[in-house]
Design a binder for this molecule. Structure first.
Ligand SMILES: [Zn+2]
Length: 289
């Protein structure tokens, strides 16, 4: 019964996200979007001035190192993945995959993976710098009406100009609604330096820009080949028929009074340890592994 409730909540959120897709455009980088997009004070994306946060030395009142912040990623099996070409992004929908997140107050929250999608160039910036590609893994809280977006970056310069296995498996350019058998998501997550973790409270980066998203960003750009970046750029950034050749990234939003947290305590350093430690937790929480 609990599982049934979980699925219906997920369906609702997918419907919410899907219902606004046709209205999304990037002609002005989102600056002409209305409603909460225009009036909200906790909008995304933001710039993350990574140089201002070094160890436990804090150079700004808006940034905090935090020993409690942590994340664990788990998967049951990511299979039967549906690829949707929504014109303004590629979206991949899941029915499996979980994430556990300890916030700055050491409160454990668990989320179910709904979908991931692609932005090129990145939406978040780091010391004002864009990366080639940003992938958002969108998770729904297992009981509450909120989301976690787990963000992974790819860049030919910062990460290396080599073909990325995960990007390759995404079958970019495939037909609408095609089904991909498997995606090596865990191989990707295992490579990430989870100590380079940033967290802040923000919004959806597409209309209606609901301020219900806890952002978790790993500042560890992964390798991607120039050809792989080109496949995305040909679709958005270098495509004159798409927003006059701008990317599918919303412009940077004001941080206002929000804090950005950086993980400070290397409790777990990579995905291998994470999986081993998270599995008993999920058996406890969900009972259907
Ligand atoms: Zn996104």
């Amino acid at each position: 019964m609990f599982k049934g409730k979980l699925l219906s909540l997920s369906t609702l959120f997918i419907a919410l996200i899907s219902s606004v897709q046709s209205a999304i455009h990037y002609n002005q980088g989102g600056s002409d979007w209305t409603g909460t997009c225009a009036t909200g004070k906790s909008q995304s994306p933001v710039d993350i001035p990574v140089d201002n946060i070094s160890g436990s030395s804090i150079n700004s009142k808006y940034f905090r190192s935090n020993k409690l912040l942590d994340i664990m990623v788990s998967q049951k099996s990511m299979s039967n993945i549906t690829l949707q070409d929504n014109i303004y992004t590629y979206q991949y929908s899941f029915s499996d995959g979980y994430l556990a997140f300890w916030d700055e107050n050491d409160s454990l929250q668990t989320f179910q993976l709904l979908q991931f999608h692609v932005h090129a160039p990145s939406e978040h910036t780091f010391n004002g710098q864009y990366y080639d590609v940003e992938v958002h893994f969108v998770h729904k809280h297992t009981t509450e009406n909120r989301l976690v977006a787990f963000s992974v970056l790819f860049d030919t310069k910062a990460g290396g100009d080599k073909e990325n296995e995960f990007i390759k498996s995404m079958s970019v350019g495939a037909q609408n609604q095609s089904v991909i058998s498997t995606l090596p998501a865990m191989n990707l997550f295992k490579k990430l330096d989870m100590n380079q973790l940033y967290h802040y409270e923000g919004s959806l980066t597409t209309p209606p820009c609901n301020e219900i998203v806890s952002w978790i960003i790993v500042h560890d750009p992964q390798q991607i080949s120039s050809a792989q970046v080109k496949a995305f750029n040909d679709k958005w950034k270098n495509n004159q028929t798409f927003a006059a050749g701008k990317g599918n990234n919303r412009g940077i939003q004001n941080l206002n009074q929000r804090l950005i947290y950086k993980k400070d305590d290397p409790r777990a350093s990579n995905g291998v340890n994470l999986i081993a430690s998270i599995l008993p937790l999920f058996v406890l929480l969900f009972g259907f592994f």
